[in-house]
Design a protein around this ligand. Structure first.
Ligand code: 2P0
Length: 329
C-alpha cells in the first residue's frame, strides 16, 4: 500500500541537548517546542517485495551514503513492527530550502513515521507515532503534534515513556510568530548529533545545563498556558544561550554562530530596549529564529530584512502531522 503524510517542523523554546542513550534517542532532559506551519515536509512511501533496497528521494535528489543508512535503519524498525522484509520507496519534499539548516529532520522523520507506518499497514496512534519518530531523530517526536508540545524525557531504559504530548493546540495562542532568519546556506561542519555527544562528554558546563533545565521547563509550561509572551521569550532566550554556553565550552569548541547570527542577536536585544517586543532563539546552526506577536510581525520582519543578506520565513503555530491523499509518485 502507498501512503502519504504531511508534518511541520518545530522550534524548541526549551532545547533538547544531549542523549542518555544514543541508540534509542533518549534525551537527558525534556524539551518544549512550537510546531511551525511555515516549514513543512510532504512524504510518500510504498513497500514492495520487488525492490532490492530502500530508495529515498528528498527534494528531487536520491539520498545516499550515511543518510540512506539512517533512513533504512528507521524503516527497519517499521519493518520489524509490521513483520515484513519488503523494501521501501520514499519520496519527500520540503517547502523550505533543504540546505537552510531549518531542522528538516524533525518534519522529515515525523512525516516518514506516519507515511511509512500507514504504508506498512500499522495503525499507530499519536503516542506510538511520537515514540517511533523519536527513533529517527529526537526532535521529530515533537512534530507529531501541532501547537505547543513537550517531549517528556521519560525514565525507562527501553524508552517506552519518552515521547511528546501536546500542551496546547495552535488555536490556544495563534498570535505567536516565529521568524526564521536564514543567515547562511552552507552546510554546518558539525551535525547536531555529533555536537550534542561532544557536549555531554567534554563541556564542564553540561552538569549546570542539566541542573537548571527543569526550572526552564516549569516556567515555559506556565508561560504557554498563561499566554505570557514576555515570560516565554525571556526563558527561551536564556535557555538558548545556556545551550550555546555548553557548545562553546566543548573540546574542541563548537561555534555555530556566524558573524551575521551575532549581529541579529545584538539587533534583537537593541530593538527590545526600544520597545519592540521580540526575542531570539537558535538551534545548532547559524540561523536565528525571532519570536514576536502578530502585532509586531511586520515591523520585526522589516527590521530583519534591513540587516541585509538575510532571507526570512514567517511561521505561526502549526497543526498535527496528518495523512494526506496526494501522493508524490
Ligand atoms: C531541539 N536540536 O530541541 C535541539 C536544539 C538542535 C538544538 O533537536 O540526533 O536532529 O537526530 O536526535 O533532533 C537537533 O537535533 O538530533 C535538535 P538527533 P536532532 O530542537
Amino acid at each position: 500500500m502507498k501512503a502519504s503524510a504531511s508534518a511541520n517542523s518545530n522550534i524548541a523554546l526549551v532545547k533538547y541537548w544531549g542523549k542518555r542513550d544514543a541508540k534509542l534517542f533518549l534525551p537527558h532532559n525534556g524539551s518544549i517546542s512550537i510546531t511551525l506551519d511555515g516549514l513543512n515536509t510532504h512524504t510518500t512511501c510504498a513497500f514492495s517485495d520487488k525492490l532490492a533496497g530502500d530508495k529515498v528521494d528528498i527534494d528531487g535528489k536520491a539520498v545516499q551514503g550515511a543518510e540512506l543508512k539512517q533512513a533504512s535503519a528507521f524503516l527497519d524498525i517499521i519493518r520489524g513492527m509490521a513483520k515484513t522484509k519488503a523494501r521501501a520507496r520514499v519520496v519527500s519534499k520540503n517547502n523550505f530550502p533543504a540546505a537552510a539548516g531549518l531542522a528538516s529532520s524533525a518534519s522529515g522523520f515525523a512525516a516518514l513515521a506516519l507515511a511509512a507506518g500507514k504504508a506498512a499497514g500499522l495503525n499507530l496512534d499519536q503516542k506510538q507515532l511520537s515514540l517511533l519518530a523519536r527513533r529517527g531523530s529526537g526532535s521529530a517526536c515533537r512534530s507529531i503534534y501541532g501547537g505547543f508540545v513537550e517531549w517528556q524525557k521519560g525514565s525507562k531504559s527501553d524508552g517506552s515513556d519518552s515521547h511528546a504530548i501536546q500542551l496546547a493546540k495552535p488555536t490556544h495562542w495563534p498570535e505567536i510568530r516565529v521568524i526564521a532568519a536564514i543567515t547562511s546556506r552552507q552546510a554546518k561542519k558539525i551535525k547536531s548529533r555529533a555536537g550534542m555527544a561532544q557536549t555531554v562528554s567534554t563541556s564542564p558546563f553540561y552538569p549546570a545545563w542539566k541542573a537548571t533545565v527543569e526550572q526552564d521547563l516549569d516556567g515555559m509550561r506556565q508561560a504557554v498556558m498563561a499566554k505570557n509572551f514576555r515570560m516565554l521569550g525571556q526563558i527561551a532566550e536564556h535557555n538558548c544561550l545556556k545551550m550555546f554556553g555548553t557548545m562553546i565550552t566543548t573540546k574542541p569548541a563548537i561555534l555555530y554562530w556566524s558573524p551575521k547570527s551575532v549581529e541579529i542577536l545584538h539587533a534583537v536585544m537593541g530593538w527590545r530596549e526600544e520597545g519592540l517586543e521580540c526575542y531570539f532563539t537558535c538551534d545548532a546552526g547559524p540561523q536565528v529564529k525571532v519570536l514576536c506577536l502578530a502585532r509586531d510581525e511586520k515591523e520585526t520582519s522589516q527590521r530583519l530584512l534591513a540587516l541585509q543578506d538575510i532571507e526570512i520565513i514567517v511561521s505561526r503555530p502549526g497543526g498535527d502531522a496528518h495523512t494526506v491523499s496526494r501522493h508524490l509518485f
